[in-house]
Design a protein around this ligand. Structure first.
Ligand code: CA
Length: 250
């Protein structure tokens, strides 16, 4: 049995920020899904997130074999190579335009093959799996507050409202040697996978996201409801969601 993925993505500026510095992409042909949250560079975070998303997509278009990986190991290697090439694009852009210096971005990406997928990430953008009524976080934030949670110094709730909540300890900023976390998943019909920026997860707790997924509905309606909930609470940051649903192949 094989599966296929349906996807929907939504990016919203929120209620407080003047610009949206998040980017996302959905490539159903390659089953490649990306979410990025840009920062720094004198307000040019949007340039960083867009550049990285486009560079990863371009890498897969230029290396068609990498978009059809034989196994998770090959997929992980391809994703890491694509991120490396995106780092090169960031570096080049900053060399050409000094006003972009200091920009960076998070990235969470999912590449699926048959009944498996690889998730990679850098920074505090997240991936979750919804299965059998439960939401499970698949990524570990590279952030100062997450280190405090892991060490038992902060609760999840305290972390979400902490003044230093957006301090990331790892990001793509054009420097080589950044470690990209990767994990392999097995996909089952009925699973939903949610990828998002911290504009969602600082406004809503995991159990609130879980409760919305439990109500079901189209991918679009779930994304819209989650964004509306964030904005109803003040929409302090840009909110970006890519939601995937695993369907049995016809
Ligand atoms: Ca953000």
């Amino acid at each position: 049995m094989s599966v296929h993925l349906d996807a929907w993505g939504l990016s919203d500026v929120g209620r407080q920020r003047a610009r949206n510095e998040d980017s996302f992409s959905i490539d159903p042909e390659r089953s490649l899904y990306l979410v990025a949250d840009g920062m720094g560079g004198h307000g040019n975070g949007d340039v960083a997130s867009r550049l990285v998303v486009e560079a990863v997509e371009r890498y897969f278009r230029a290396h068609p074999g990498d978009g059809r990986p034989a196994d998770p190991e090959a997929a992980t290697e391809s994703l890491r190579a694509a991120v490396g090439s995106a780092q090169g694009s960031l570096r080049m852009a900053m060399d050409e335009d000094l006003s972009l210096a200091g920009m960076g971005t998070t990235l969470v990406g999912l590449l699926a093959m048959d009944e498996r997928a690889v998730v990679v990430h850098v920074g505090d953008s997240r991936a979750y799996r919804w299965r059998d009524g439960r939401l499970e976080r698949l990524t570990r934030d590279h952030s100062w507050v997450d280190e405090q949670v892991a060490a038992g110094h902060l609760s999840e709730d305290q972390a979400r409202s902490h003044p230093l909540k957006s301090v990331v300890t790892r990001a793509l900023s054009g420097e080589s040697g950044v470690e990209v976390d990767a994990r392999t998943l097995s996909l089952q019909p009925g699973d939903r996978y949610l990828m998002c920026t911290d504009g969602l997860t600082t406004m809503l707790a995991d159990d609130e996201i879980e409760a919305r997924l439990a109500r079901g509905g189209s991918l679009e309606s779930v994304c819209r409801d989650l964004v509306d909930q964030c904005n109803a609470r003040g929409g302090l940051d840009n909110i970006t969601i890519v939601l995937l649903s695993v369907e049995p192949a016809e």
